[in-house]
Design a protein around this ligand. Structure first.
Ligand code: CA
Length: 233
């Protein structure tokens, strides 16, 4: 299990701060929430963060000032949160050294996607989070061997779980049935390729996927199967 990435979350509106914190923690990030600009700089002095989510309009010190101070000593990626339609604020935020911005109101999903993308860009040397994988409403807990669909646990057999994880680890990669037999069932015999088809069929049913137009596990005719991550937030 890789070490959790640390996110400094600076937002004075309690409800928004709590919501973002909950979402990021669910995604496996380690979040330090603070409510004003001074607290943000204090926290940044004490800990090294992998990313900062920074509201622009803050008490004490503005987000702009916080970004400027942070930039004096580090190149930590910053996502700026700006008010709706505040084009000038946005431009100012980017000039102050923010790497990305989101206009309020935004969906927590959108924020999570941006955080992930920016983390990848900024820390491309590091391994991505691998103890949990989330694709839209599908949530795979690798450590706990559990799968959730829209928050409800889906009961999978050991083979189904292994099959799902094998495919989901490399979305878009096509696996032949033979490869899946070797990876999932662990034996190497032509007759067992059909076993993969029936596991896929069961898995799709449990994930409430339409076999004619599956969201997650796609059939690649003549080749095998691949996982489709376009459901990802
Ligand atoms: Ca604010």
């Amino acid at each position: 299990m890789s070490e959790a990435r640390r996110v400094l979350l600076v937002e004075d509106e309690r409800a928004i701060r709590d919501a973002i914190e909950a979402y990021l923690e669910r995604e496996g990030f380690w979040v330090t929430p603070v409510g004003d600009g001074e607290a943000a700089l204090d926290a940044a002095e004490k800990h090294a963060f992998d990313l900062v989510v920074l509201d622009l309009m803050l008490p004490k010190l503005s987000g702009e000032d916080v970004a400027r101070h942070l930039r004096d000593s580090s190149d930590v990626p910053i996502i700026m949160l700006t008010a709706k339609g505040a084009e000038e604020e946005r431009v100012a935020g980017l000039e102050m050294g923010a790497d990305d911005y989101l206009v309020k109101p935004f969906s927590p999903r959108e924020l999570v996607a941006r955080v992930r993308a920016l983390m990848r860009r900024a820390h491309s040397d590091a391994q991505p989070q691998r103890d949990r994988m989330t694709f839209g409403e599908l949530d795979i807990d690798l450590a706990g061997h559990r799968v959730y669909l829209s928050g409800e646990e889906v009961e999978l057999t050991a083979s189904e779980f292994k099959l799902l994880v094998t495919l989901a680890r490399y979305p878009g990669r096509v696996y032949s049935r033979m490869e899946l037999v070797e990876k999932v069932l662990g034996y190497d015999f032509e007759g067992y390729e059909r076993a993969i088809d029936s596991h896929v069929k069961n898995l799709r049913a449990k994930l409430r996927d339409d076999p004619r137009d599956p969201r997650f596990i796609r059939t690649v005719f003549g080749s095998g199967y691949r996982f489709d991550a376009s459901e990802a937030a």
